[in-house]
Write a protein that binds this ligand. Structure first.
Ligand code: SF4
Length: 323
């Protein structure tokens, strides 16, 4: 591991005034520093910042501090009762020990699990721009079928972010120029020709909290994660659905997928196909087909396309069974 400087910030203003990599739970950054994938000169500990609360938002939604631990968020009474999909997604990720450390802000910023990215013996455009992407013609079973470019086909690994995408979450940030907010769907960037730039955060900018909007009465949600083993494994395909059914018809639906896209993948195409239609398996399948219409398989990951479709259908079936 490369030597680095270490400071602790006590205020958000103090944190963003320092130029360094922020560390909270450390469940991504420290791993990658040990592998020499991340080599910051300066690390700023933000664990003392007052960003560890879950609070009611004025519009009836929920305000979640960036330092709220994944376990605390998953088990928060309001999240379990009203944002079931988020609790389920959080509890499907990592292990209890990791969830006790990992934070809301850090989870959004998880780096990819692409094997080549994590092994400095290989080239990687995300790690070293312009060096190449061995995954495209290599072993690409876990890679993306949606959103990839000729420069990178890595998936985003977060479950929490997939649920938050379906919940239309807003991300709030603060930097030296002030505060701003952005929809989570616009927070992540497609790899394009700059796969090293994964989101809209400017250097030194800090995620301070996220907000979930209030959900209409009767809204149901569900998160389904499909993976190689039942625990402690990343998604090959997952689906987060938030759906409101009225009189047997889908009044409003939000659909996002994990494990298949270069970012947590919301499908507005699938939502458009389903809204106004009868809540039945045939229409759920039509929505799933729309969600994967633009999928581009690589040599080893073509199975993900059907897997993701089935995840979407199944998640909608479960979410609407008592609607
Ligand atoms: Fe690197 Fe992306 Fe290629 Fe993986 S898929 S090797 S992260 S450029």
């Amino acid at each position: 591991m490369q030597p680095f400087g270490f400071t602790q910030a006590k205020t958000v203003d103090g944190a963003v005034a320092q130029s360094g990599r922020f560390v909270a739970g450390g469940t991504t950054l420290i791993d990658l520093m040990k592998l020499d994938v991340e080599t910051p000169r300066q690390v700023v500990d933000i664990n003392l910042l007052p960003l560890d609360r879950v609070e009611a938002a004025p519009d009836g939604g929920l305000k979640i501090g960036a330092l709220v631990r994944n376990s605390d968020l998953a088990n928060h009474p309001d999240v379990k009762a009203r944002y079931t999909v988020l609790s389920e997604a959080l509890l499907s990720g990592a292990s209890p020990q990791l969830r006790n450390m990992a934070t809301t802000g850090g989870n959004l910023l998880q780096r990819t699990r692409c094997y080549y990215f994590r092994d400095t013996n290989y080239a990687c455009n995300k790690r070293q721009p312009g060096s190449g992407c061995p995954a495209i013609d290599g072993f690409n079973r876990v890679h993306a079928v949606l959103g990839g470019s000729e420069n990178c086909v890595a998936t985003h690994p977060s479950d929490m972010a997939v649920a938050m995408m379906a919940l239309e979450t807003l991300v709030h940030m603060q930097g030296t120029k002030g505060e701003r907010q952005i929809a989570l769907d616009d927070f992540y960037l497609a790899p394009g020709s700059t796969p090293d730039k994964e989101n809209v955060l400017e250097p030194g900018e800090l995620i301070t909290y996220v907000t979930l909007p209030a959900l209409a009465a009767g809204t149901k949600s569900y998160y389904l994660k499909l993976r190689d083993r039942a625990q402690y494994e990343f998604a090959l395909a997952s689906a987060a659905v938030v759906v409101q059914v009225d009189g047997g018809r889908v009044k409003r639906v939000r659909i996002a997928m994990g494990g298949v896209g270069t970012k947590p993948w919301r499908s507005k195409e699938a939502e458009a196909v389903l809204e106004g239609k009868a809540a039945n398996e045939q229409n759920f399948r039509a929505a799933a087909e729309a969600a994967l219409r633009d999928a581009k398989p690589l040599r080893y990951n073509g199975f993900k396309i059907e897997l993701a479709k089935r995840a979407v259908v199944r998640a909608l079936m479960v979410a609407t069974q008592n609607a």
